[in-house]
Write a protein of this length. Structure first.
Length: 492
């Protein structure tokens, strides 16, 4: 445990661009933003990166984090265990970043800038709220299962959906001001996947980047805004699957920024100390993937068996379906023709409608079965990918770090997984510090981290997952101990 009281809090900021250098590929800058804190003998670095993950997938390898920490410790004197590195988890077609060595160099230079620009500051923390821009993408179905809204598979039928999962609308806002009142840094924490991107599909920092720029433009005075991704594993932007307009995450970022600034203005900063606590644990790797795949194979076969012949093809289905939706009572002709047939004791149109409705129902049933089959096929492939990850490791568990950082009366707690909302809410609920915020996607990457109770229902997040359900209790117990330790050291 590192803790200092009755010492002046010092802070410094720095940033460097880390986005791809491929011509025409980059829409807006991707940054490594760094905040270095010093209080007495305690030195801390918080690094916010516009990246998918800190290792594991995409642009950065698992070696990136230890190499970066070792260099910062050796050359800047900040202990490796006091360095929090968070990925915004922005998604666009890659490569998004420069070569890894270049990203490491740029990130280190940002840390060096911050460490060499330390200035006395006051600090305050508070919370804002923004729930208009997000929703929980993993729907709860009437049959007790879960269905995750994604672009790689269709949405479920409307009548199959029972409810939505929770969201966490809280924005954690950390305010650092110079002693003369000028703002130095705004660190804000929020939980949501940055998926929408920009209309032309180029590499973008997504809504976190637009939010940071908006905050910096409005507050001004050289302030640096830093976004820390929260427990957003199952949270996405509200219009992520909208097909009626251009895809742009800028309105999401601007909305989040305005709500952040509203909260920032209510914070009165003052003296603060810094404390750090960390623990290394082992999360069990799941062993049930063969059984889950076998269950999906059975479901797959049942769906294949449900497919039946139909006289319609897509060309004949579309006009018949549209007619049935536009005028359910008289889909085949104008109403007067039905009335005339009735006068003549005929039923040709009525019989045609009956046959067409039966064929439409059969065609729709086949389409819905095929949609489910496509989703199952994707889930099976995902399961095998994580089975391969676990088998290649040669271990039944994986080492994980949980880092806690308290500044004044507010705390950050890290998680190396894409923690789902309920994990983050549980951490906040059990914390003795009212101002507790989770920085998921931090100090490593372990794919999704779902609540144990979610595993039986399925859904993307428990498929794209190599951790066993028991990971949740280990993580929550560890986070609680760290936060309790930090709380006992709170002298503000």
């Amino acid at each position: 445990m590192d803790n200092n009281t009755h010492s002046q809090l010092m802070a410094g900021i720095g940033r460097s661009e880390i986005g791809t250098l491929l011509p025409g590929k980059l829409h807006d800058p991707l940054y490594a933003r760094v905040l270095v804190l010093s209080c007495g003998a305690t030195r801390v670095a918080i690094i916010a990166m516009d990246a998918v993950a800190i290792g594991g997938i995409c642009d950065l390898s698992d070696d990136f984090l230890p190499r970066l920490r070792e260099r910062i410790q050796a050359q800047l004197g900040i202990p490796a265990r006091n360095i929090l590195v968070n990925a915004s988890h922005t998604h666009t077609a890659g490569p998004m970043l420069r070569a890894e060595d270049a990203v490491l160099e740029q990130t280190f230079q940002a840390a060096a800038q911050a460490a060499n620009r330390l200035t006395p500051v006051v600090f305050g923390a508070g919370s804002g709220s923004e729930e208009r821009i997000v929703f929980n993408r993993t729907l709860r179905l009437n049959n007790g299962r879960a269905w995750t809204i994604r672009h790689t598979n269709p949405s479920p039928p409307d009548d199959a959906v029972a409810s939505l999962g929770p969201v966490d609308p809280e924005i954690g806002v950390f305010r650092f001001d110079r002693l003369d009142g000028r703002p130095l840094a705004v660190l804000f924490n929020y939980a949501c996947h940055p998926l929408i991107g920009v209309p032309d599909g180029r590499v973008t920092a997504g809504f976190p980047g637009f939010a940071c720029k908006t905050i910096e433009d409005i507050i001004g005075q050289g302030v640096q805004a830093m976004f820390l991704q929260g427990a957003g594993g199952d949270i996405i932007e509200m219009l992520n699957k909208d097909f009626t307009g251009p895809r742009s995450s800028e309105p999401v970022g601007v909305t989040l920024a305005l709500s952040t600034i509203q909260a920032w203005r209510q914070i009165t900063p003052g003296p603060a100390d810094v404390a750090v606590a960390a623990a290394t644990v082992r999360f069990p790797r799941r062993q049930d993937i063969p059984e889950r795949v076998a269950e999906l194979r059975q479901e797959q076969q049942a769906l294949l068996n449900s497919l039946r012949y139909t006289t319609m093809n897509l060309k004949s289905f579309i006009p018949a379906y549209l007619a049935s939706r536009l005028n359910p009572e008289h889909p085949s002709a104008d109403a007067y023709r039905y009335l005339r047939e009735k006068d003549l004791s005929l039923n040709g149109l009525t019989e045609l409608d009956r046959v067409n409705r039966r064929n439409l129902d059969k065609y729709i049933a086949n389409v819905q079965a095929m949609e489910k089959l496509a989703r199952i096929q994707d889930r099976i492939a995902t399961y095998f990918r994580h089975l391969n990850i676990n088998e290649q490791s040669g271990e039944t568990s994986i080492e994980a770090e949980v880092l806690g950082l308290r500044i004044g009366d507010a705390a950050l707690i890290s998680c190396p997984a894409e923690a789902l909302t309920e994990i983050g809410l549980s951490v906040k609920k059990q914390s003795p510090l009212a101002k507790t915020y989770m920085a998921a996607y931090s100090n490593g990457y372990m794919h999704y981290g779902a609540p144990a109770k979610d595993y039986p229902a399925g859904g993307y997040e428990v498929t794209e997952c190599f951790l066993a359900p028991e990971w949740e209790k280990i993580y929550l117990d560890t986070a609680q101990k760290i936060l309790a330790s930090l709380s006992r050291q709170d002298n503000t």
